[in-house]
Design a protein around this ligand. Structure first.
Ligand SMILES: C[S@@+](CC[C@H](N)C(=O)[O-])C[C@H]1O[C@@H](n2cnc3c(N)ncnc32)[C@H](O)[C@@H]1O
Length: 326
């Protein structure tokens, strides 16, 4: 699905635009260097942010220890990671679970090569493809699917006119609007109380596809548009999340924060138990007086402190969803 705008029957005013990162990821992406994911931020053992956590460790090890509370990791064999970036998370998971047979699926040839370097010597297969186009049967072979910080890259509808939600599906010809109506109808999604809204249609389709394929264990982590700061941190961090997926402009492409409540409803409908929370549940910040002082300064006095403020805020702006098939 390339980026495009679709106008109403009367022409002129767009009913929605579609944001796609496909072209960027297939052809233009050279590295993730400028797009610092939480996982990559925590990767270097000497990164200054690790010491602000209760447990100073890598993202993958901390996530592994959280996941084992919900998933019987020792019994899980076949694992697929979609959009694995540099492969650091999978390397950590394989270090902890040497019995995993892993598959890395990625749309970016450059990143898939990088994953092959990181995961050299491990039992891993690779698929270069757009996960939106992967046949559901492929996913159905896996016991665990991991999607960390990538659903924001999947297609999003932007500036969708909320009046379309009142349309009778039998009178609608545009397949995208038909799909939107199907999602709202089938899953009983809350209707946004604004004239125009953004919709993570790709993330919703991906979640639905994994659920329909019957993958018994699924982990999703991404920037949320419904994040909340805990009361203790309210005075220090200011989260920009009003429930409408927000555009984040990055080098060469835009991504959108995720409306987790919709993904949770989709999974619930398909018979999954869901656990949802902020990344801070497993990347627990150590709220010392020193950290409070850094946060109170808003990182204005040094680049390092600015990075720490950004990181701590990310721990609450990013949410995760653990899905277990009942
Ligand atoms: C922001 S990076 C996150 C990388 C890694 N998971 C991390 O947390 O550091 C997004 C990843 O998703 C991949 N990606 C984006 N859209 C995709 C799609 N439609 N199908 C498969 N992979 C995709 C990108 O190539 C990249 O590897």
């Amino acid at each position: 699905m390339g980026s495009f705008a679709r106008t109403g029957a009367s022409g002129g005013i767009p009913v929605y635009q579609c944001n796609s990162t496909e072209e960027y990821h297939k052809g233009k992406l050279g590295s993730l260097g400028w797009e610092l994911t939480v996982c990559n931020t925590l990767h270097p053992p000497d990164t200054p942010v690790r010491k602000f956590l209760v447990r100073s460790d890598s993202y993958g090890y901390l996530l592994h220890d959280h996941l084992k509370r919900f998933f019987p990791l020792e019994k899980i064999e076949k694992v697929i990671e979609i959009g694995g970036g540099y492969g650091y998370l999978m390397k950590d998971l394989l270090d902890r679970c040497g019995h995993f047979k892993a598959c890395m699926l990625d749309i970016s040839p450059v990143l898939l090569e990088k994953q092959k370097e990181t995961l050299k010597g491990y039992d891993v297969s690779y698929r270069l493809e757009d996960a939106m186009e992967t046949e559901p049967e492929v996913f159905g072979q896996y016991n665990l699917a991991v999607l960390n910080e990538n659903l924001g890259d999947f297609p999003a509808l932007v500036g969708l006119d909320s009046r379309v939600l009142a349309r009778d599906p039998s009178t609608v010809h545009d397949p995208v609007i038909k799909k939107v109506l199907r999602f709202f109808e089938t899953y009983g999604l809350d209707r946004p109380a604004v004239e125009h809204f953004n919709l993570n249609i790709g993330a919703m389709e991906m979640t639905e596809k994994l659920c329909l394929a019957g993958v018994p264990h699924i982990f999703i982590g991404e920037h949320s548009c419904e994040a909340k700061a805990p009361p203790a941190l309210g005075p220090y961090i200011n989260l920009m999340s009003d429930g409408n997926p927000r555009r984040i402009t990055l080098k060469g492409h835009d991504e959108y924060t995720i409306k987790f409540s919709y993904l949770q409803k989709i999974a619930g409908y398909h018979g999954y138990e869901t656990v949802r929370g902020p990344f801070a549940d497993y990347l627990v910040p150590n709220l010392t007086e020193h950290l409070k002082a850094v946060l109170a300064s808003r990182g204005l006095y040094s680049d390092n402190e600015e990075a720490v403020c950004h990181f701590i805020s990310d721990l609450y702006e990013y949410e995760y969803l653990v899905l277990v098939k009942k």
